[in-house]
Design a protein around this ligand. Structure first.
Ligand code: ZN
Length: 145
């Protein structure tokens, strides 16, 4: 993977932001997948998330999400061709709360990137941002802009 594709969303002097239009689209598409999980790669520049790239519906499940390597890398190519950087990932918890599962934590290998969970266990949904590193996670502030 080329270093230039990797974003640096966690910056000390600026909050991580997600465009409101992107968030609204994410929630709408994720709701269409219920009761299955939805996941997408997030892209943008600097500390801003400005685009998302959903996983194929066939790869969704009710209790975990996985990206096949070929799909993952072709999506990274799309992000690069759009002139953006990979900023992180988002997935839904259709019925559980917005905390990372043990599987979520074990399967995440990009501590420099943002890790978002939308939970539909609440109404309206809950969005939480995490930084997951070396088997531990912490919640991170963000701003919808
Ligand atoms: Zn999860």
């Amino acid at each position: 993977m080329l270093p230039t594709i990797m974003g640096h969303p966690f910056q000390k002097n600026k909050p991580l932001t997600m465009k409101n239009t992107i968030y609204k689209q994410l929630v709408a598409e994720a709701k269409q997948q219920l009761p299955l999980e939805f996941s997408a790669l997030l892209a943008g520049q600097d500390q801003e998330i400005t685009a998302f790239y959903p996983a194929p519906v066939s790869e969704h499940s009710v209790d975990r999400f996985t990206w096949k390597p070929a799909q993952f890398f072709s999506t990274l190519q799309k992000i690069r061709h759009a002139g953006l950087q990979w900023q992180g990932i988002i997935h839904t918890h259709p019925v559980t709360d917005a905390f990372p599962s043990s599987i979520d934590v074990a399967n995440w290998h990009y501590p420099m990137l943002s890790y978002w969970i939308i939970s539909f266990s609440t109404e309206p949904e809950t969005l939480v941002l995490y930084k997951i590193e070396a088997g531990t996670w912490e919640e991170y502030p963000f701003v919808i802009v």
